[in-house]
Design a binder for this molecule. Structure first.
Ligand code: MTE
Ligand code: MO
Length: 240
C-alpha cells in the first residue's frame, strides 16, 4: 500500500484487464448488457467519486497482525444460528449490486484469480470467546473498485445463503483488512465456517462477519432491517 494514486489507478486497471483475460470475459457488464468492448472503452474506468477515492487511497489504520505461529486452530468455534447452506462452487456467483456503475456477477474462478490478501487476526465473538485465525481472500475494497461506487454510497449490505444479513458503514467495509475470505489457516474455507465466501476483519465483532455471502449491495441509506442480530437489539457498529 505504498503506491501513489496514479500508480494505484494503473495497477487497478492492469488487474482488471488481467482479471478479464483470466475469466474469459465472464465479468458481467451490468444489467443493461454492455459488451465487453463497450465496457472497456467507456464506463469501466470512469474516475471514482472523491469520497470513495479517499477511502480507497487512504490505507486507514491497520490493525497489527499476528505471526503464523500464533494461530489457534482449535479456538474458532462454529457459531451458526440457522442452517448450514451447501453452495455448489461450480455454479456459485457473487452478486455485487446497488448504487454502483458496474454491477458484477463473479464466479469463484474469477474471484480466486484476483489479488489475494492473507492476514492473521483475532476473531472476537460477543458470546465471550476469541480465536487467532489466518484468513485468505479478496479485499472488499478491490471489489468496490471494480463495481465503481456511485457518489452517495455510505453503507454496504451483505446477504447470506442461510438468510443471515448485515450492514456495515462504508469506511469499515473498505478498510484494507476487510476481506471476503475463501481460506482459513492456509486451507480452503470449510463449509461450516462460511464457504465459499465469508467476511473476515479485525475491526468488527464476530456477528458482523457474515458467512456464506452471496450478495453485496452498496447503498446510500440503511433499510429498516439492519442486520440479523442488530434487529434483535445488538449494536450496529460493533467495532473492535
Ligand atoms: N451467515 C451467517 N454468518 C454468521 C453467523 C451465522 O449464524 N450465519 N454467525 C456469526 C457469528 S455470531 C460469529 S461469532 C461468526 C462465527 O464464525 P465461525 O462459525 O466461522 O467461527 O460468524 C458470524 N457470521
Ligand atoms: Mo459471535
Amino acid at each position: 500500500m505504498t503506491h501513489t494514486p496514479d500508480e494505484q489507478e494503473l495497477l487497478t486497471r492492469q488487474r482488471f484487464l488481467r482479471l478479464l483475460a483470466w475469466s474469459g470475459g465472464s465479468v458481467m457488464f451490468g444489467s443493461i448488457g454492455l459488451t465487453l468492448a463497450e465496457g472497456l472503452a467507456g464506463r469501466a474506468f470512469e474516475p471514482l467519486n472523491q469520497r470513495v477515492e479517499e477511502l480507497l487511497q487512504n490505507s486507514q489504520k491497520l490493525v497489527p497482525e499476528f505471526p503464523i505461529s500464533e494461530i489457534e486452530p482449535e479456538a474458532l468455534l462454529v457459531n451458526s444460528f440457522r442452517f448450514t447452506p451447501e453452495l455448489d462452487p461450480t455454479t456459485f456467483r457473487l452478486t455485487i449490486d446497488g448504487d454502483v456503475n458496474q454491477p458484477l456477477s463473479l464466479d469463484l474462478k474469477t474471484i480466486y484469480a484476483m489479488p489475494q490478501t492473507s492476514m492473521v487476526i483475532r476473531h472476537v465473538c460477543v458470546e465471550g470467546w476469541a480465536a487467532i485465525v489466518q484468513w485468505g481472500g479478496i479485499q472488499m475494497r478491490e471489489l468496490a473498485r471494480l463495481a465503481q461506487l456511485k457518489p452517495g454510497v455510505r453503507y454496504v449490505y451483505f446477504w447470506s445463503a442461510d438468510g443471515y444479513y448485515g450492514s456495515w458503514d462504508l469506511a469499515s467495509a473498505l478498510h484494507p483488512q476487510t476481506v471476503l475470505a475463501y481460506q482459513k489457516n492456509g486451507e480452503s474455507l470449510p463449509i461450516e465456517n462460511g464457504a465459499p465466501l465469508r467476511l473476515a476483519s479485525p475491526i468488527k465483532l464476530g456477528y458482523k462477519l457474515s458467512k456464506w455471502v452471496t450478495r453485496v449491495t452498496f447503498t446510500s441509506e440503511l433499510m429498516p432491517r439492519k442486520g440479523y442480530w442488530e434487529d434483535l437489539g445488538y449494536e450496529w457498529f460493533a467495532g473492535l
